[in-house]
Design a protein around this ligand. Sequence first.
Ligand code: SF4
Length: 185
Amino acid sequence: MRGKIKPEDLKVVALAHCILNQSTRWWKDGKELRRGLIREVIDALASMRIGAVQMPCPEFSFCGNPRPSRTKEEYRSLPGFMMHCRRLAKAMAENLKGLTTLSKRPKIKIVAVVGIERSPTCGVELTPYKRVGREEFEYRRMKGLFMEALEEELESLGISVPMLGLDLRKPEALVNNIKNVAHGC
Ligand code: SF4
């Protein structure tokens, strides 16, 4: 008799809101609007049979659009924004924890949290830290405000998950990174 097949874990990523809905991205008059979703990421997830949870957009839900471009330091000093990020991060971390604890045979595994590089809020490895000219920023290798808060909240719930950044100029790099982390878990 054939033995019981152990069901494979179900894999899920948490995506920055604008990967699935670019209409919340920052824009101002004269700048081309971004529309739709980032197809390369969604197609790749679909082909790998990895599910996606959409995270909130901290900037849009606090400032709406159009909103001015801001650095991490400028958002940090915007009254109420840090608290807003912390509230959203706490709810998101609890949501992800719920997915993992409420699922049994097969279990849901959070493969990665995906942010957006060059965002002061959702950056993972590259964040516009401060302004050095009217439209020039100093970038630093650090997370944005929401990603920092989310990492802290996940840690406090005992969840350790890789954080990956989508560089909008090369989505294929993210797809490879997701493949690598999904393969290893
Ligand atoms: S990078 Fe983050 S804050 Fe910016 S539009 Fe996307 S989800 Fe919103």
